[in-house]
Design a binder for this molecule. Structure first.
Ligand code: SDX
Length: 378
């Protein structure tokens, strides 16, 4: 058996063969099933892109209408899950609430028929349809209010924004939110997708797969960075403080949130699109001084770290878009999860198609042949 050299974080080590998405980190290219994200962001919708990723082709008009219909009429969550969420502490993080609720879904659908395309499709529809409802339900309940029922007359993104604060969103905000979901849906073998594939490879149910991936996404080095970026911009407070802040980070060797990427060594193509979306919102709904701070950060970080290939990633601008929409900061990562569920499910399906349980090896650097020392001799 060929033994590869140990690489921390499996950097550069292929963990799967996949045809779902492709990244060129040097050129800043991201494709979903071969289609550039710039084209999908301009012409597609989140549900159409989710279909493309999961079933490997753009749906026909009828296929898309059927998929949209199924998702629209599966948005409600079981009252028992809602009652369970009422017991969650208001101070809990919404990502923990989402992970618990996604796992709880599995209690209602425990019969696994992983080789049945109908079971796979039902699980996909149920998870894509209910995850936004769970995120919105926890948001209202932690404020002491009853969650609102999804509105069947609103499309996917407009309905989520409605469920967050019981107001129909501005059409431009709903469209921009839908594009944000397209940009966040899939990104090859990132940590949470790898987590999903490892969990899927044991043939557990898709609800456990998604719960496992949600837990992984929440970390500040991964999906949790978008929340940290806003907290960083608040802490910096003004354009004048940007350079001293960055110099302190470099001095203390601490990471600057929203910058850097294991794969992209140029500006993340998703950040470029998100920056444009943010500017559209500022033009219509008024400026945000945090944007000035962010642009100054981008200039100073390029000056200091550009030679290392450290540029803005997706999380640097996504938070500014959501902040302009009035979305609470600690919901930014759950929104990332709302999008990424479709990517995780595409990888779940791909893993099942040619499964081999993940069981890597290790480089052992511990001791051998140690004699047990009785407790009275230690
Ligand atoms: C996402 O994988 C994906 O595809 C993820 C994602 C997706 O769509 O799923 O794109 C979403 O997770 C985006 C990343 C969000 N995270 C952050 O913004 C947190 C800040 N970024 C860093 O933690 C870091 O850039 C990572 C974790 C994203 C990538 O880290 P790597 O590839 O492991 O790089 P590294 O930590 O080995 O750093 C290499 C060098 C180091 O300097 P030296 O020790 O060589 O001198 O670059 C430096 C690091 O100090 N560096 C940074 C930095 N990122 C890397 N220095 C300051 N600030 C940073 N943000």
């Amino acid at each position: 058996m060929m033994v590869c050299e140990y690489k921390p974080g499996l950097e550069g080590i292929p963990a799967a063969q996949s045809s779902i998405s492709y990244v060129d980190g040097q050129k800043g290219i991201l494709e979903y099933r071969g289609i550039r994200i710039e084209e999908l962001a301009e012409k597609s919708t989140f549900l159409e892109t989710a279909y493309l990723l999961i079933w490997g082709k753009l749906p026909s008009k009828e296929e898309l209408e059927t998929f949209e219909h199924e998702v629209r009429y599966h948005r409600r969550i079981k009252y028992r899950i809602r009652d369970m969420m009422k017991c969650f502490p208001e101070s809990g993080h919404p990502m923990d609430a989402l992970q618990a609720s996604a796992a709880a879904l599995g209690l209602f659908y425990s019969l696994r028929d992983l080789h049945n395309p109908v079971y796979i499709r039902d699980s996909v529809v149920r998870l894509i349809a209910t995850i936004p409802t769970m995120v919105a339900a926890f948001q209202l309940m932690r404020k002491g209010n009853d969650p609102v029922r999804p509105r069947d007359d609103l499309d996917y993104s407009a309905n989520f924004l409605y469920m967050l604060d019981e107001r129909e969103p501005d059409p431009l905000m709903a469209r921009i939110f839908d594009i944000c979901l397209i940009l966040q849906v899939e990104h090859t073998m990132n940590a949470s997708t790898f987590s999903a594939r490892v969990t899927a490879s044991t043939l557990t149910d898709p609800y456990a797969v998604v719960a496992s991936a949600v837990g992984t996404l929440g970390g500040p080095l991964h999906g949790g960075a978008n929340e940290e970026v806003i907290q960083m911009l608040e802490k910096i407070g003004s354009v004048e403080n940007v350079r001293p802040y960055i110099e302190d980070c470099l001095q203390s060797k601490s990471k600057i949130m929203g910058f850097g990427h294991r794969v992209y060594k140029v500006k993340d193509p998703r950040a470029i699109i998100l920056q444009n979306l943010a500017e559209q919102l500022f033009e219509k709904f008024g400026h945000d001084k945090f944007y000035d701070i962010a642009q100054e950060m981008e200039l100073v970080v390029e000056e200091k770290l550009g030679s290392k290939g450290i540029y803005p990633n997706i999380d640097f601008y996504s938070g500014l878009v959501y902040r302009k929409m009035g979305i609470p900061t600690d919901l930014f990562t759950p929104i990332f999860a709302i999008a990424r569920v479709a990517g995780w499910l595409a990888h779940w399906k791909e893993q099942l198609a040619e499964n081999r349980i993940f069981r890597p090896t290790q480089v052992y650097n511990g001791l051998h042949e140690i004699t047990y020392t009785p407790i009275d001799k230690r």
